[in-house]
Design a protein around this ligand. Sequence first.
Ligand code: ZN
Length: 172
Amino acid sequence: MHQETDDNDWPPISTGVAIALTLFAAWIAWQHFLTADAWVFIVDNANLALHEAGHPIVGLLSSRLMVYGGTIFQLLFPMVFAHYFLRERQSSGWAASLLWLADNLMNVGRYMKDARAGELPLVGGGDHDWTEIFSRWGVLAHDIRIGNGMKILGLALAVYAVWWAWQHRNHD
Ligand SMILES: [Zn+2]
């Protein structure tokens, strides 16, 4: 075995946890890329709750930035957890947080892709975040491409998290 010295202080992940993380990654990838809903039950419902909390909270700071608040919150929370587990060297928590972030990237991509079509049901009855944001940026015509890029980024992160988990698996 040859691993970077920084990796040596991570406690190993059991084979069972590595398998569980792999199955979770496969499930979120399947849901986002191979189903019409592109929705991961419970996980994305929780992400939606964070998203909806983000708008009014960011809105307190700036009404102009309020439209970004949902996306900021749903990406910020898994990052905060990932940072905590990274600092505490909690291997399975770190890998799980990366998968949670990966799911959120795919979830944001799903919403981005809908900017022109406007087919997704919107919670709270407000405007479509990405119709507004992409219009401001002048990139509305590229919504599908940008959204797909976001989903691929999420998929790449999920693959990395699974790879990382198996790299740090207990080899007993
Ligand atoms: Zn929103």
